[in-house]
Design a protein around this ligand. Structure first.
Ligand code: SAH
Ligand code: SF4
Ligand code: F3S
Length: 480
């Protein structure tokens, strides 16, 4: 059964309890070519769309699928939301401020819609998978025409047709484990670097995190489809792929014929794509074979994003992270030993319920030991329906803010120190385009942003760049 067009006639509202269920049921793979009914192919003729994307790379890549679906319906991309006939917000639910940003923007859309009532407004992504959000949209935002979730992006053309025809609020959000759907068209943002999903969902259920509820069960794509996609990118001249998943190191474990991330990385390396990145790595599944493969192939970039979350074993346990500070540090030592040019970045949460000053200091200690190239740091944000949201939290916000400042100070110190090591060196940079400063910009193998003095014909190429100046967050250099 091809699932593109077969929706149901009733509303499908999200249900967090259902979304958190995991069964032993086999994952369904949908591998047919994606087809659109002829009636849909011209529905967007003469109309423009605007997609606003929040959240992680997975959402960015979903938006690339969404744009391709809309263009298959003859919509054209608008430069800004004011000139669009269809406005879609692809949302993120990871922290409260992601919510606030999206509702803020929705206010602006409402304002626009008062003068242009024909505009169709839609919301999709991880927030749409949240019960409270769907209910709020029903009650307080009845003018939002369409709400769909992360499991039915491929149904957008059919849902949009319905919205355009009857202008009643349509909500279709499925709370299920999910399928693996191949062949959804894609309009990539870049001609040089591409996002490639290798797996969907997450089964780790860290106690603070909403993702296992919004994205479903962990399900890997079959290796043959991933390799085919990458071979096709090589043919088109792409220079870089980033393999995407919430826990890429667990890749393949759930397949009927199980395989590993190390195996996948090796096969991807053999496609000859000049640069391979992957994210995000969970320390739990990082095995020795994977480290060996990274160090063996020159086209696998020496860059690992390895979320720590906390340096206190007590807090790690409360977070359900499945490793100790000692195990994490052991892994980092091994990585640094086997991959000498390694750049290491991380994610850290401060102010998790019950985090004491002592716990926090342990986090600072780990940061000192790891000397991260950079870190994304967050204040704990309770997400409704997750276990941590129910934990008692006595730490005042002011204290959490102070911890975040202290942590950021330390992180910046190392970021700066790491960047200083580049001064005067010659590094390889994939030039992506013009920079804001009027030069060119690109990233080193170790993911450092470089503003490059050079001619425009270098765009899309990997070039040698001499680093002439160093800032905390970027480098300056000239092409040689
Ligand atoms: N799958 C990745 C993380 C994805 S979410 C991993 O396991 O490493 C990206 C980051 O957001 C997380 O690493 C975490 O640091 C942060 N985060 C997730 N939930 C959060 C919450 N409720 N409050 C604050 N930060 C959170
Ligand atoms: Fe969230 Fe943990 Fe899964 Fe990462 S591993 S997505 S933090 S539940
Ligand atoms: Fe946000 Fe969903 Fe990604 S919650 S971080 S967009 S998986």
């Amino acid at each position: 059964m091809i699932p593109w067009s077969n929706g149901s006639d009733c509303m499908n509202l999200p249900n967090l309890k259902e979304a958190g269920k995991r069964t032993k049921q086999k994952i369904q793979f949908i591998e047919e070519d994606y087809t659109l009914d002829d009636s849909l192919k011209e529905l967007g003729m003469g109309k423009k769309y605007y997609v606003k994307t929040y959240g992680c790379q997975m959402n960015v890549h979903d938006s690339e699928n969404i744009k391709a679906l809309l263009e298959a319906m003859s919509f054209e991309e608008a430069d800004n939301f004011e000139e669009a006939d269809f406005i879609l917000l692809n949302t993120c639910a990871i922290r409260e401020n992601a919510h606030n940003k999206m509702f803020g923007f929705l206010g602006r859309v409402k304002h626009l819609k008062e003068t242009k009532p024909h505009i169709i407004t839609a919301i999709c992504g991880c927030m749409a998978q949240e019960e409270t959000v769907a209910l709020a949209l029903m009650k307080k935002y009845p003018w939002v025409d369409l709400v769909f979730g992360t499991h039915n992006i491929h149904r957008l053309p059919y849902l949009l047709e319905k919205s355009m025809a009857n202008r009643e609020q349509e909500i279709e959000v499925f709370s299920k484990e999910g399928e693996v759907i191949e062949n959804i068209p894609v309009k990539r943002d870049s001609k040089y670097k591409a996002w490639v999903n290798i797996m969907y969902g997450c089964d780790k259920f860290c106690t603070y995190c909403i993702v296992p509820y919004t994205r479903g069960k962990q399900r890997s794509r079959k290796m043959e489809f991933i390799l085919k996609e990458i071979e096709d990118l090589v043919q088109k001249g792409y220079q870089e792929v980033t393999l995407l998943g919430q826990n890429v190191n667990a890749y393949g474990k759930d397949l009927e014929n199980p395989t590993t991330m190390g195996e996948l990385l090796e096969q991807v390396a053999k496609t000859g794509i000049p640069r391979i990145r992957f994210m995000t790595s969970h320390p739990w599944d990082f095995d020795d074979h994977m480290i060996e493969v990274i160090s063996k192939y020159e086209n696998i970039m020496p860059y690992v994003h390895l979320p720590l979350q906390s340096g206190s074993n007590r807090i790690l346990k409360l977070m359900g992270r499945r490793y100790t500070k000692e195990k994490y540090l052991e892994l980092v030592s091994k990585l640094k030993e086997k991959i000498p040019s390694l750049a290491l970045t991380t994610d850290i949460i401060v102010g998790f319920p019950g985090e004491t000053e002592e716990d926090f200091r342990e986090t600072l200690e780990v940061v000192k030991k790891c000397e991260y190239d950079s870190a994304f740091t967050f204040i704990f944000s309770p997400r409704e329906g997750t276990p941590a949201a129910k934990m008692e939290d006595h730490i005042p916000l002011e204290e959490k803010n102070q911890r975040l400042y202290r942590l950021n100070d330390l992180v910046n110190e190392y970021a700066n120190k790491k960047n200083q090591e580049y001064l005067g060196k010659v590094v390889k940079v994939l030039i992506e385009g013009p920079s804001e400063k009027g030069n060119l910009m690109g990233y080193t193998e170790t993911m450092k942003l470089v503003n490059v003095d050079g001619k425009e014909d270098l765009i899309g190429k990997i070039v040698d760049v001499e680093i002439t100046d160093v800032k905390t967050w970027s480098l300056d250099g000239k092409a040689i």
